[in-house]
Design a protein around this ligand. Structure first.
Ligand SMILES: CC(C)(COP(=O)(O)OP(=O)(O)OC[C@H]1O[C@@H](n2cnc3c(N)ncnc32)[C@H](O)[C@@H]1OP(=O)(O)O)[C@@H](O)C(=O)NCCC(=O)NCCS
Length: 190
């Protein structure tokens, strides 16, 4: 496969806008990235202000690169124009047309379906616009919210990796979830 000539974002869903980061998003990003609960199972954070600034700087510099295999978008909540999280899609293997994704959200917005809404939109772009064959994600086995969301998307648990990632002082086990284009086409709500 070939990466598209033009960017495939921003993406608008019913309640969200998935778009690239701007300098003015710093406070909203820091609000969730500095929360120890949000960062609990992640290989980053909780961020101090300098780290959030560095991350935002890296993201905005990357925006000049195109085509780009790894795309990180912020999730803006349309009702209050607030950035409530971020979602990343990374094309890892052009020959086998596969990509992974990951995401994190402000705790005040958990369990309202936003994670599912944004991830569904990413899967749709991945399969329908980019022509991917397979999309996968990993989750700490202790992170029920994360892997339950993957299952809700119609992704299949394919593996449990033993102590594969060192996070916050411990070797964790991870589940691998994946979905194929043909599964997405039949599972997708009309
Ligand atoms: C994991 C995360 C992205 C879920 O986002 P969210 O917007 O709360 O998810 P949704 O509201 O779309 O929930 C989707 C499903 O996930 C499951 N789920 C979400 N939160 C859950 C929780 N606290 N406990 C159990 N299941 C949960 C449920 O099955 C839910 O569907 P339901 O509400 O119909 O029962 C969010 O909790 C988060 O940002 N966590 C911190 C960062 C992280 O762990 N990221 C994932 C690792 S890459």
């Amino acid at each position: 496969m070939k990466l598209p000539d033009a960017p495939w974002f921003p993406i608008r869903t019913k309640r969200l806008l998935l778009r690239e980061a701007r300098e003015s998003d710093s406070a909203d990003i820091h609000a969730y990235a500095s929360d120890p609960e949000v960062a609990r199972y992640m290989d980053w954070g909780p961020n101090d202000e300098a780290t959030t600034r560095d991350v935002l700087d890296r993201w905005t510099k990357k925006q000049a690169e195109w085509p780009r295999a790894d795309v990180n978008l912020l999730v803006e909540h349309l009702a209050d124009s607030r950035v409530i999280g971020s979602i990343r899609l990374g094309v890892k293997d052009l020959a086998n047309r596969s990509a992974d994704f990951g995401h994190s959200y402000n705790r005040a917005y958990w369990r309202k379906g936003y994670g599912t809404e944004a991830a569904r939109a990413m899967l749709a772009v991945g399969f329908e616009t980019l022509g991917l064959h397979r999309i996968w994600a990993t989750a700490d086995v202790r992170n029920r919210a994360s892997w339950s969301l993957l299952a809700k998307l119609g992704m299949r648990r394919e593996a449990r990796f033993r102590r594969d990632v060192f996070v916050k002082g411990v070797w964790r086990d991870s589940y691998l979830y994946a979905i194929l284009a043909e599964e997405w086409r039949t599972a997708k709500p009309l």
